[in-house]
Design a protein around this ligand. Sequence first.
Ligand SMILES: Cc1cc2nc3c(=O)[nH]c(=O)nc-3n(C[C@H](O)[C@H](O)[C@H](O)COP(=O)(O)OP(=O)(O)OC[C@H]3O[C@@H](n4cnc5c(N)ncnc54)[C@H](O)[C@@H]3O)c2cc1C
Length: 455
Amino acid sequence: MITPDKHAVISGGGLAGSLLALVLANRGMRVTVFEKRGDLRNLKAPAGKSINLALSERGIHALTKVDLADQVLKGTIPMRGRMVHARDGTTSFLPYSRDESEYIRSVSRPGLNRILLEKAGLHPNIELHFNSEVISTDPDKRVVSLNSVAASGREVSYDLLFGADGAGSPVRSSLHSFSDIGYRQEMLRHGYKELSMPASADGSFVLEPEALHIWPRGTYMLIALPNMDKTFTCTLFLPFDGEPGFDQLKEESQISAFFDSQFQDAVPLIPSLLTDFMTNPTGRLGTVRCDKWTYGDTALILGDAAHAIVPFFGQGMNCAFEDVSVLAEMLDEGNHQSWSDLLHEFEKERIANTNAIADMALTNYIEMRDLVSDPAFRLRRSLALELEKRFPERFIPKYSLVSFHRVPYKQAQEIGRRQDSVLKTLCEGKQGIAEIDWGRAETLVAELGAMNWAR
Ligand SMILES: Cc1cc2nc3c(=O)[nH]c(=O)nc-3n(C[C@H](O)[C@H](O)[C@H](O)COP(=O)(O)OP(=O)(O)OC[C@H]3O[C@@H](n4cnc5c(N)ncnc54)[C@H](O)[C@@H]3O)c2cc1C
């Protein structure tokens, strides 16, 4: 049987690591967290990394495990749909759901991490160490080596090690050197740059706040998510090379000409555009996959360390949080004979699902940057929402399955594939929703079968 009298070391006190610390400590384990950065509880938001994120059902569910959902949700802004900005400055709103109670939420990354760290810092079973970088681990000896500012070269022993240290995970690299975990990383040939859109002179939002704004431009896009201080954080996603590409935007005149021609309505709203563009780093995006996340009963990687994904489904953090909630549920079931059993079952279930969301996130980039402007796509999307309204037990669109439900990602992906084929068939040759053959729709939806999971 699994006993809680273990010492767990967590590498990384980011989103997944700090949530995991609380989940393990609440179940009686002694937990030591090593975080490379300084103590976020005393720092301002670090520049350069996306400062707000879309939080949805899976992430919220995980926060309920540590009684933090209500506190976190108070500091979020609903995003009820996509506000699409055409080149000529006109806008159109595409709702995420037919149901007004279903929306995603914009949350501050450092704010959320701070809430988790504050609660962890008060827990008697948790020790937090900042400015403490894990360099490597020897899982056979069960020790981590630290390059801690306070005590350089220190070694710390553990019973269980959790690598929650992000896409560049040193724990993953160490494990890979002990046993082949089938690690591979595929970098996107597109990067991202963050820009700030301040509040208006009277302190209000300059765009509709309850929306995720998108300026889709085919091979690239600009997006904006609202913040609680009435600002927006904009992110430009663009190829590294080509026309247009980051390599073509070196001089102020090139940057201005590009934005003036492509994002005319956004430019006056981003007064620090040139400074932000020249000074903020260009971020890289990629997908990490591994065939194994464990080393016997000794170590587990999770969150971005195990499965970094591109951000276009707004699921990286939600998925990392779901790792933690699934682990918590397996611990609470209490029917594993050993840590080794539990870790292997966890790994088996999660790898299939995280591979599915990794694929869906890559596909969603094309939807966001291109398809949202396409009338045929818009018709399919309207039809999907209408089918959900007419046949709620049989048709829940893929976006909703991923964002507003907790149906396993792999199942959502499979259901989504079958739905796509129904939507294409029904929309063939049609210009608008009024032309849909509802009798045929009923037959095709019935063939999809009932949803075999609880709403
Ligand atoms: C532009 C962008 C937009 C995104 N938007 C969304 C979104 O809208 N919704 C969503 O759900 N997800 C989004 N994501 C994904 C999300 O940011 C990640 O999936 C999430 O942060 C993963 O959490 P994590 O704790 O696993 O990793 P991280 O957040 O990367 O945390 C890892 C932690 O480990 C620490 N660390 C690293 N190395 C070491 C070391 N050697 N020793 C000790 N500590 C170490 C780091 O300092 C960090 O605190 C986005 C990502 C990007 C890049």
